[in-house]
Ligand binder design. Structure first.
Ligand code: ATP
Length: 442
């Protein structure tokens, strides 16, 4: 297991354009982060791969993209208004706030060092409030969704009718969620605005155990697909007394982040809690009728819930490697940083690197870059020594570099360098598209 520090990851992200502090020219906004040119590519690839893996390639899944702000009654029915809280304590000396379940209340305040100064824990609702329309009063109060899941329950009947799916089937959604976290931190691990990829999988109540186990397997397969280091991944069976208000069984899939073992994903058996409550609060009938047996029941639900940002971080931590690599000088080596991201996730797939900025080379290299960019995300870089450019591409995880040199003008071929093996081979320009098709589709 490589021991990369958070400082290294944060610095790489900032220096190379994966993630920057948000609103930085105004001094930032605590714990807000912006995904830069490479970050947005990696994040999009995570979401696209997830959609392919869990929706497109399965006949029992459909998707949804619901409004982010919903009727506030949703949060009453789901129990979030009443129970989506964390216990908050405050130091009476310095007024620093903590989550009571995350600190030792008999110890000193981590900020001012005083002992026995904490207030009694008080429930703090994590939902972010705002108003819709010009009147800032209680009748106009709405909430930014704290999870994407609820829209899936609220739209259940419409999806069922229009998609003509039969239980068991699932509805998936990717989107932003907001929580007024008491103690955000650890870079993009815990923020107040983040992105989720959630599935509600509707089942017959008596089959929940079978489906729970199979979704646990599916999550593990996804983790392997992302290249997340499995030796850092652990299942935590959440004890009954700590289960969320809607859950009968939850397994947290934890990851050894550089700051400790923390939740990466959650898998919960939500029973019929949500559909039944929405039926009660809305007056709609949420029962499902089996078309073969005629049996009627409210479907139960298995929920795999995944964070995009935590996936991003776990992938970077897993992919980051440092190694000694030979230099052009005989017998000498130097440190090489390589982001060994799985190819289909790499922000840049192919870098086109003309050996020099001379016109004759760019006349070949530019059209080549434009041609390849129709199928793959391409970077074009013609400044600095070729060694430095290779290192830069290694550091951002680019699987292939294509060098156009003066021989290319004669032999109509280029040199392709592999990120992981650093092996180079000469490939005819006319064959490049086929060559990369094979590389990326295997
Ligand atoms: P934690 O115990 O870390 O607060 P949670 O149990 O509240 O997490 P869930 O409600 O299960 O989290 O949310 C599902 C997933 O959404 C989590 O597994 C995580 O990947 C992601 N997630 C939750 N809260 C945050 C956050 N504040 N910032 C980034 N991702 C989050």
């Amino acid at each position: 297991m490589s021991e990369v520090s958070m400082e290294t990851i944060v610095n790489l992200c900032k220096a190379r354009g994966f993630v920057y502090p948000g609103s930085e020219i105004y001094g930032g906004l605590a714990n807000s982060w912006d995904y830069g040119p490479l970050g947005v590519e990696l994040k999009n690839n995570i979401k696209q791969e997830w959609w392919k893996f869990f929706v497109q390639q399965r006949l029992d899944m459909v998707g949804l993209d619901a409004a982010l702000i919903m009727n506030p009654k949703v949060w009453e029915a789901s129990g979030h208004l009443e129970t989506f809280t964390d216990p908050l304590v405050e130091c009476k000396e310095c007024h620093e706030r903590y989550r009571a379940d995350q600190i030792d209340l008999s110890a000193a305040c981590q900020k001012c060092g005083r002992k026995e100064t904490f207030t009694e824990p008080a429930s703090f609702n994590l939902m972010l409030k705002t108003w819709l329309g010009p009147k800032e009063d209680a009748t106009a109060t709405v909430y930014f969704r704290p999870e994407t899941a609820q829209a899936i329950f609220v739209d259940f009947l419409q999806v069922l009718q229009t998609s003509r799916k039969r239980v068991p089937f699932g509805i998936a959604q990717i989107g932003k969620a907001f929580r007024n976290e008491i103690t955000p931190g650890n870079f993009i691990f815990r923020t107040r605005e983040f992105e989720q990829m959630e599935i509600e999988y509707f089942i017959r109540p008596d089959e929940w155990q079978k489906h729970f186990e199979s979704w646990l397997e599916n999550l593990k397969a996804w983790i392997r697909h992302c290249g997340i280091d499995e030796s850092r991944v652990h299942d935590l069976e959440v004890p009954v007394e700590e289960l969320a208000h809607y859950s009968k069984r939850t397994v947290d899939i934890e990851f050894d982040f550089p700051f400790g073992r923390k939740e990466l994903y959650g898998l919960a058996y939500r029973t019929d809690f949500d559909l039944s409550n929405h039926a009660k609060f809305s007056g709609e009938n949420m029962t499902y009728t089996d078309p073969v047996s005629g049996e009627r029941f409210v479907p139960h639900v298995i929920e795999p819930s995944l964070g995009v940002d935590r996936t991003f971080l776990a992938m970077l931590v897993s992919a980051y490697t440092e190694e000694e690599a030979p230099t052009s000088a005989e017998g000498e080596t130097e440190k090489r940083v390589v982001l060994r991201l799985p190819k289909q996730f790499a922000p840049i797939k192919i870098a086109i690197l003309p050996l020099s900025k001379k016109d004759e080379l760019s006349l070949v290299a530019k059209p080549l870059a434009e041609q390849l960019a129709k199928n793959w995300r391409v970077d074009y870089d013609e400044t600095q020594s070729i060694g430095k450019r290779y290192r830069r591409q290694d550091e951002i995880g680019t699987p292939y570099c294509v060098t156009v040199d003066f021989d290319s003008l004669e032999d109509k071929a280029v040199t392709v360098r592999d990120r992981d093996t650093m092996k180079q081979e000469r490939v005819a320009v006319a064959d490049l598209e086929k060559y990369f098709n094979e590389k990326f589709n295997n």
